[in-house]
Design a protein around this ligand. Structure first.
Ligand SMILES: Cc1cc2nc3c(=O)[nH]c(=O)nc-3n(C[C@H](O)[C@H](O)[C@H](O)COP(=O)(O)O)c2cc1C
Length: 309
C-alpha cells in the first residue's frame, strides 16, 4: 500500500504535508546543494517586509537547553529586491511557495504587501507573520504583538482578505493566554489556515559578564524545548476552529512530526532542526509514509486529529 500524503490548505494542494518554517530555510537556494528541494511539500520564505531591514545587532543567536534563542529581527532585502533577486530561483522549483510577510507599520503595510504578492502567479499562499517577537522592542522589553490581541488580529487578517483571493495563512504567537481565542479571530476574519507556533519570548544571561547573551536582551525560543507547548496549542486550536492548522515547534524527527498530526495539524513545518540536518524535512516525510504503511493507514488525512482520549 502506498499511503496518500496529499493535503489541502485552503485552495492550496500539497503533494505532501511537510514544509520548512519561515526564517530557517532562507529563500531555499541556500539549501539546494544539500537536498532535492522538489520533494518538499512547500517552501515558506523568510519573512519579507515592504522596505529592506538589516535586522537587530549581533549577537542574535545563542544555544539554550534543547533549543535556541534568536533575535534576527526580520533581516530581509525588502519586497522589490526579493522579487528581483530571490523569486526567479523559487519560481523554477516546481514546489508551492508560501510568501511570509510582516509589517513594520500596522495593517496598511500588510495590505500593500498582499496586493503586491497577489500579482505574483507563483505565490501559492501568503503567510501573515503577526507573531514575530523580534521587532519593535520597547526599551529592551519584548514588543507587543498583533497576534496577542484578538481585535488587532481580526483587523489585519480582514484587511488583507479584502485584497487577495490567495490562500491566507495566519501565523500566531504562543505568548498568549488563550490560543483558541486568537485562532477564532483569524478564522472569523477570513483566514484559510492557521500556522502554530512562532517562537516564545525568552532570554539568557552570561553570568561572568552579567550581560544578556543577545544584544537586544530578549529573543525567540525555538527547538524541542517548546514542542510540548506547541503541541498543546495545536490540539487546543484543532478542537475550537474549522480551519486547517500548520503545526510547528521543536519537530526534529519522525515521531515528533507524527505527534502534531495526531494532535490535529494538517501539515507541519520544520524550523530549527534544519540547522542540525538540512535534509531532515525529506527524511521526516519518508518516515511518515512508512509509518502510515506499517499501520495500514491509507492516507495522512486519516491521522489528522486521531488522538484517542
Ligand atoms: C533563526 C530563526 C529565524 C526565524 N525567522 C522567522 C521569520 O522570519 N518569520 C517567521 O514567521 N518565523 C520565523 N522563525 C520562527 C520559525 O518559523 C518557527 O515558527 C519556530 O522556530 C518554531 O519552530 P522550530 O522549533 O521547529 O524552529 C524563525 C526561527 C528561527 C530559529
Amino acid at each position: 500500500m502506498k499511503p496518500n500524503l496529499s493535503v489541502n490548505i485552503g485552495k492550496l494542494k500539497l503533494k505532501n504535508p511537510v514544509m520548512v518554517a519561515s526564517g530557517t530555510f532562507g529563500y531555499a537556494e541556500e539549501f539546494s546543494d544539500f537536498m532535492d528541494l522538489k520533494k518538499l511539500g512547500a517552501v515558506v520564505t523568510k519573512t519579507i517586509t515592504l522596505n529592506p531591514r538589516q535586522g537587530n545587532s549581533p549577537p542574535r543567536t545563542c544555544e539554550t537547553p534543547a533549543g535556541m534563542l534568536n533575535s534576527i529581527g526580520l533581516e530581509n532585502p525588502g519586497i522589490e529586491v526579493f522579487i528581483r533577486e530571490k523569486l526567479p530561483f523559487l519560481k523554477k522549483l516546481g514546489v508551492p511557495i508560501i510568501m511570509s510577510v510582516a509589517s513594520e507599520d500596522g495593517p496598511e503595510e500588510f495590505v500593500a504587501l498582499a496586493k503586491r504578492m497577489d500579482k505574483i502567479k507563483e505565490a501559492a499562499a501568503i503567510e501573515l507573520n503577526i507573531s514575530c517577537p523580534n521587532i519593535g522592542h520597547r526599551s529592551n522589553l519584548p514588543p507587543k504583538l498583533i497576534s496577542q490581541d484578538p481585535k488587532a488580529t481580526y483587523k489585519v487578517v480582514n484587511s488583507v482578505r479584502k485584497v487577495t483571493q490567495k490562500t491566507l495563512i495566519t501565523k500566531l504567537s504562543p505568548s498568549v493566554t488563550s490560543i483558541s481565542e486568537i485562532a477564532m479571530a483569524a478564522q472569523a476574519a477570513g483566514s484559510d489556515a492557521i500556522a502554530l507556533i512562532n517562537t516564545l519570548s525568552g532570554m539568557s544571561i552570561d553570568v561572568e559578564k552579567r550581560k544578556p547573551k543577545l544584544a537586544v536582551v530578549t529573543g525567540g525560543l525555538s527547538g524541542p524545548a517548546i514542542r510540548p507547548i506547541a503541541l498543546k496549542m495545536v490540539w487546543e486550536a484543532y478542537n475550537k476552529i474549522k480551519l486547517p492548522i500548520i503545526g510547528m515547534g521543536g519537530i526534529i524527527d519522525i515521531s515528533s512530526a507524527l505527534e502534531f498530526f495526531i494532535a490535529g495539524a494538517s501539515a507541519i513545518s520544520i524550523g530549527t532542526a534544519n540547522f542540525v540536518n538540512p535534509k531532515i524535512s525529506i527524511e521526516i516525510m519518508s518516515g511518515i509514509r512508512k509509518y502510515l504503511a506499517r499501520n495500514k493507514i491509507s492516507g495522512i488525512e486519516k491521522l489528522i486529529g486521531s488522538l484517542k482520549i
